[in-house]
Design a protein around this ligand. Sequence first.
Ligand code: GDP
Ligand code: MG
Length: 283
Amino acid sequence: MSRRNRGGLPLTDRLAALREAVEVAEGRLDVPDVARARTLLAKAGAREALGDATVVALAGATGSGKSTLFNALSGAEVSTPGVRRPTTGVAHASVWGEAGADRLLDWLEVPRRHRIADADPALDGLVLLDLPDHDSVRLEHRLEVDRLVELVDVLVWVLDPQKYADAAVHERYLAPMAGHAGVLVVVLNQIDRLDEQAAAACLADLRRLLDGEGLADTPIVATSARTGVGLTELRAELTRRVGVRRAATERLTADVRAVAAALAAHCTDGTTGPAAGRAPRPS
Ligand SMILES: Nc1nc2c(ncn2[C@@H]2O[C@H](COP(=O)(O)OP(=O)(O)O)[C@@H](O)[C@H]2O)c(=O)[nH]1
Ligand SMILES: [Mg+2]
């Protein structure tokens, strides 16, 4: 895996610095961010050992069109659209020609796998997941979404013209990705349900919402999984991310930055503030 990242320290150095900070914080800083940092170090260690395939998840509400998009991108009926079955609580994977994908999917605990026959070589290394609905009435489905949202390299959030502004999605999933704008792609699916003018207005409003959430760098792709509109653009967006083989590194880098910033907020220069009062000075 390539470990350099644009305009900054290599991921390896960032992880080493975070490990040092966690060791220093151990027994001195009693905040959940230390445990979060430890969890991230474990995740990074595991993910880095699993190669540079790109794990992309399709996430979204019930009926937004995740499964239909998943099938359209996979070129096969892999996931049954619009059907409520107990198995909809389990993610499905399509794999484009990657030999090491099984170990990666074992780590992700995604048992249902489909290998794409005659895969487009431009997408070689793509592991696409169809996630359960984030708004499922079943708690275990929602927990499965939250678990995988933490682990994947690229998140494609599928919205539809009815629910694209849903506060629950923006507050719970999109706004918290502000430091992860490059990890996220937003799809406005079912664009065929709108006339040209309404589609433009809807896209402009969605752009405004995302910009306001610190997601100005996140692309929006308008699609219709039904008619095929926008699928070329979405495939191109995925091809670009898969091709550079850096998505895992970029996701982990964004994670480290967020956790490090949270830890730093608990620290002072050692002479003032609440942290100095509680923490014995390092020897
Ligand atoms: N008009 C229209 N219908 C769609 C589109 N994508 C999916 N659907 C339909 O919406 C319903 C829900 O789609 P599904 O893929 O099961 O959504 P999921 O719950 O997000 O997996 C199905 O009846 C699909 O045929 C689209 O782009 N346009
Ligand atoms: Mg589905």
